[in-house]
Write a protein that binds this ligand. Sequence first.
Ligand code: C5P
Length: 235
Amino acid sequence: MSDPKILIALDYPSAKQALQLAEKLEPRECRLKVGKELYTSAGPSIVKDLQSLGFDIFLDLKFHDIPNTTAKACAMAAELGVWMLNVHASGGRAMMERCVDELRGFGAEKPYLLGVTVLTSLSESELKEVGVSRNPNDQVLLLAQLAQSSGMDGVVCSAQEAPMLRKQIGDSFLLVTPGIRPKTAEINDQKRVATPVEALSSGVDYLVIGRPITQASDPGAALHEINNEIQSAGS
Ligand code: C5P
């Protein structure tokens, strides 16, 4: 598999636990997502250690600050050699354009840069409380279009938003989606879920999957099964 579609969320409090899981997985079958919990505990060295096992890394730190600070943080992530990283699209055009510019200097080694649109944990009434009165779908589209016209490579979105974004935004913009649950898995605290095949057929490029793999009794086999499901749907 030259471009694995599954990004496994390593939501762990320590490097030891993350590495134990990574050792059960194959880099040609998945990439790994390092988020705020693991990165705050284990620092840049966990990224290096996972890379030395052969994995591409999505650094999910969702930067949001003034343009210069955010762009410099993106440059440090690129120095680390990550494959993908993200910033909040609500940081605005100047912030995103500065980040895109900063990464241009990394040439062909440049990581993919995604915008986070609206956190799916926020309800319509919570959005109103922070001054966003537009309905959440319209807000997602507005921020995705802003990310695209700022030169970003794609956005993080829910599987439910993917068909609408694909239609409005075209084919050459990455859609990366959490909330993925294989048919047989537990839903946990996710509210609106899609199966891997449903998400990919609605236009998603990469699937973020955590607990259905990390908490499986055999994570390698769980990953393998999902990849098989994807391959047989595509053939
Ligand atoms: O275990 P699970 O598959 O639910 O993990 C999903 C991952 O995607 C977690 O790292 C979570 O923080 C992240 N995520 C999410 N929903 C969003 C954005 C990110 O579940 N809207």
